[in-house]
Design a protein around this ligand. Structure first.
Ligand code: GDD
Ligand code: MN
Length: 401
């Protein structure tokens, strides 16, 4: 391998795993890249020549010069990246990335997608267990309008070669666990464990992916804006060269990944921030309810005092939520006008919540005879969940979705 070859290695992106819009590519018309297929490799030196030859033959027949193959190698001890570099002069559509700082299948795929030029990005294993021929069927699904085209072992024409009963049980067990924890995500497809798929890049714009372990598809489906999905059956082949890198760790990572994705889709961190702000609102609400309605202070009528106290709490909560809880969204909607729009929506949502709060307060106070402050706390807790959900969907609706 000559030194100038090393220079033709693709730069390794760093920082967050965010998929950005295609930018600053010298993309004159005839070279416009439609498909960027990432091949993550670790100790696949024996498989690389075959898979590159097969993929090139297939794609040259369908989208000549409009595709690129991106090998992302994690500095394999068997010098897979060198073997790939030596193939570059023969295969003009081939690009090679050698990672020395990071390791892991899913992040390798995303780093490849970050340097990709194609409108459609995809992944295929290097060990020929994913039959390259299926790629053209996946591409067809994309051309027919699918946002995501997945190679599946669990639809017609799909299957595995001679897998042990244990491996079948583990694979199905993992899928069932996924259905329990993320029904809205895992339930959309037949083979969530698949590592063979194509996705429209624009469905991942602005998404910061944070996969754990092997299951990049779940991350794409969970965080992406995926509309139409197409599935193509394929038989998962036996590996001829090299060995699988799957260890017990991958199963643990999978469970951790499911839980992490679940919590982030519920935006638990954001809910906690919303709750903290809500608590500061309770303090404002209570303080003014006391200053206005308590017999020892101004002794104004309860409902009137409550409405004033609640409105002051709403203003307090809006300012903190806009500056902290929903900072990432409000930053993307700059200017006074947008802020006032958000405040009006927030106020309307909270006013609806206020009515619910007053009804609940009076219900707990008059019907259950609860102490006025306990009744108020209970009412506020129920309304907080209501407010969070509605404000997430309405006031701080991310305009990208
Ligand atoms: N860059 C990089 N870094 N590549 C890796 C790493 C890594 O740490 N670990 C594995 N790979 C590459 C392998 O070289 C291979 O090309 C591909 O990722 C899949 O690895 P295997 O170890 O062969 O996985 P498997 O065959 O057991 O599982 C595959 O099939 C499953 C069923 O579709 C993977 O695609 C799984 O994601 C998938 O669930
Ligand atoms: Mn494999």
């Amino acid at each position: 391998m000559s030194l100038n070859n090393i220079e033709s290695l693709s730069p390794v992106p760093s920082g967050s795993l965010e998929i950005l819009e295609i930018r600053n590519i010298d993309n004159n018309s005839e070279e416009k890249i439609k498909l960027s297929l990432v091949i993550p490799t670790y100790n696949e030196s024996k498989n690389i020549p075959t898979i590159i030859q097969k993929l090139t033959q297939l794609l040259d027949s369908r989208i000549p010069q409009q595709y690129e193959l991106i090998i992302v190698d994690d500095n394999s001890p068997d010098k897979t990246w060198e073997v790939a570099l030596d193939l570059m002069p023969i295969y003009p559509q081939l690009r090679v990335m050698r990672r020395t700082e990071e390791k892991g299948l899913s992040t390798a795929v995303i780093r490849g997608w970050q340097v990709a030029k194609g409108e459609v990005i995809g992944v295929i294993d290097a060990d020929l267990q994913h039959p390259p021929e299926t790629l053209l069927n996946l591409w067809e699904k994309i051309e027919l309008g699918a946002d995501l085209a997945i190679g599946s072992r669990h639809v017609e024409g799909g299957g595995v070669s001679d897998w042990s009963a244990t491996r079948r049980f583990l694979s199905r067990g993992a899928q069932t666990l996924g259905l329990v924890i993320l029904p809205g995500v895992i339930g959309r497809i037949s083979d969530p464990m698949s590592g063979y798929f194509l996705v429209r890049r624009r469905c991942l714009f602005g998404c910061t992916l944070s996969p754990l372990g092997y299951k990049i598809l779940i991350e794409v489906l969970g965080r992406g804006k995926i509309g139409l999905i197409g599935e193509v059956g394929y038989i998962f082949q036996e590996r001829q060269e090299g060995e699988s890198k799957v260890t017990k760790q991958q199963y643990i990572d999978y469970i951790r990944h499911l839980i992490r994705l679940r919590l982030s889709l519920w935006q638990i961190n954001r809910f906690i921030r919303f709750g903290v702000v809500g608590l500061s609102g309770v303090f404002v609400d209570m303080t003014f309810l006391y200053l206005l309605s308590d017999p020892s202070t101004l002794a104004l009528p309860l409902t009137r005092s409550k409405i004033i106290a609640a409105e002051l709490a709403i203003i307090n909560n809006f300012l903190w939520n806009d500056a902290w809880t929903f900072k990432d969204i409000s930053q993307k909607q700059p200017g006074k006008r947008q802020k006032i729009k958000r405040f009006i929506k927030f106020n309307l949502v909270c006013l609806a919540g206020l009515i619910l709060n007053v009804l609940l307060l009076n219900f707990f106070f008059n019907v259950f005879g609860l102490n006025r402050y306990l009744a108020n706390l209970l009412a506020i807790a129920i309304v907080t969940i209501w407010n969070y959900w509605l404000n997430l969907k309405l006031s701080w609706r991310s305009t990208e979705i």
